[in-house]
Design a protein around this ligand. Structure first.
Ligand code: CP3
Length: 358
């Protein structure tokens, strides 16, 4: 059992940089696609053995340092009374979007065992077999609210942002209800055996720092506060969040996720009191491995062997990624060791030139 992932979350020294990939379980793996031919996403997440199997597939094939529970951010929503469908090529579609005070008032309290019992059982099964720590996760309330209000994926979260300013009371009641659900959901995941949790705030980058700080950060702070006694590391990830990193860290999280739009050293300089996770552009993995290797080394150079770096992509593995390249990337990150020597050359902290290119 390697615990270098948990050690890095706590900013302790490690024997090699830990690495895992967002969306490592799923569509990039042929053994997953075989299962998907006979089972839908909700069928997988309601079958403990199948869900555990899919969660473990990337651990076996890729040699990553953490497993992440296989589920979608929308998986808990039926537990508060929100029915949805996952539509091919579209993503989650909410049958009746939540837009009025009455819609919000109809949301039910979340009972984790009743809502996601099989998923909690899957966590117990994974813990019996996994050679690495298991990460539980949830969508962050703002991102979940964007699905609920928009009804589906929306690049700009326009309806939700309009609700925030046109009817703040309804916005805050909705987000508070989602915080309550998420706290109960993540506490149940940890009670079942999850050893770390990640909050995915995939749409947070649509917000100005003013709106994030005033209207979303207080909800996130309550969420992290209500998880604090669990004593498992919390990873706080957003995309397009370079301008929000300090505010996100102040809201909470032991580890701050970085996407690829900011250099790792620049991002870490904004949150020097935390661990960081990231941040290779996932689209590189659709091209030649040389480019992947160059930028992975550049990222490792910027981390410069400082304790507290978890290597990851800047967002999820894209469909079409070759799993052999993911495996090679894991080996490259591990082979680079914890790289104490890079401390010697401060130019590496900001240089865009990879070691291999010099
Ligand atoms: O990989 C797969 O194809 C498996 C099954 C699947 C998932 N989600 C797993 C998942 C499917 C078909 C979905 C549907 C879905 N959900 C979509 C459609 C397009 C797509 O990516 O498949 C979308 C956009 C969602 C909403 C969603 N899910 C968001 C915004 C996030 C947060 C991360 C992100 O990409 O911004 C998720 C998380 C998610 N979906 C995970 C898994 C296994 C999270 C955990 C992980 O990192 O593995």
């Amino acid at each position: 059992m390697t615990d270098r992932f948990l050690r890095a979350c706590r900013r302790e020294p490690v024997d090699a940089t830990p690495v895992w990939f967002m969306r490592q379980a799923g569509r990039a793996l042929p053994e997953y696609r075989t299962i998907r031919e006979r089972a839908t996403l909700p069928e997988i997440t309601s079958d403990p053995a199948l869900c555990a199997e899919v969660t473990l597939q990337p651990v076996r094939r890729l040699g990553v340092d953490a497993a992440i529970l296989f589920a979608d951010i929308t998986t808990p929503l039926p537990g508060i009374g929100v029915e949805l469908e996952i539509v091919d090529g579209v993503g989650p579609v909410i049958e009746r979007p939540i837009r009025t005070p009455e819609d919000v008032a109809r949301l039910r309290a979340f009972d984790a065992e009743a809502a996601v019992g099989p998923l909690l059982e899957a966590i117990r099964l994974v813990r019996r077999e996994a050679p690495v720590p298991l990460i539980g996760f949830a969508g962050a309330p703002f991102t979940l609210a964007s699905y609920l209000v928009e009804g589906r994926s929306s690049r700009d979260a326009q309806r939700l942002k309009t609700l925030l300013h046109a009817d703040p009371a309804t916005f805050h009641r909705l987000v508070a209800a989602l915080v309550d659900m998420t706290v109960a959901y993540l506490r149940a995941q940890v009670a079942a055996g999850a050893q770390a949790v990640q909050l995915f705030d995939s749409w947070v980058g649509t917000l100005s720092p003013f709106d994030y700080g005033r209207s979303v950060a207080p909800h996130m702070r309550r969420l992290f506060t209500e998880l604090a006694d669990l004593d498992v590391p919390a990873i706080h990830f957003g995309t397009d969040s370079a301008g929000l990193l300090r505010a996100m860290a102040d809201a909470g999280g032991d580890v701050i996720g970085l996407d690829w739009r900011i250099g790792l050293a620049d991002g870490w300089a904004i949150v020097p009191d935390r661990s960081v996770q990231g941040n290779l552009d996932p689209s590189l993995l659709l091209g030649p491995f040389d480019a992947v290797a160059d930028q992975a080394r550049w990222i490792l150079d910027q981390a410069a062997g400082r304790p507290g770096h978890v290597f990851n992509l800047g967002h999820g593995v894209l469909p079409g990624t070759d799993p052999d390249d993911l495996r090679r990337l894991v080996d490259l990150v591990h082979g680079a060791g914890a790289r104490p020597t890079a401390f010697a050359d401060p130019s590496l902290l900001t240089s865009a030139t990879s070691r291999s290119a010099r």
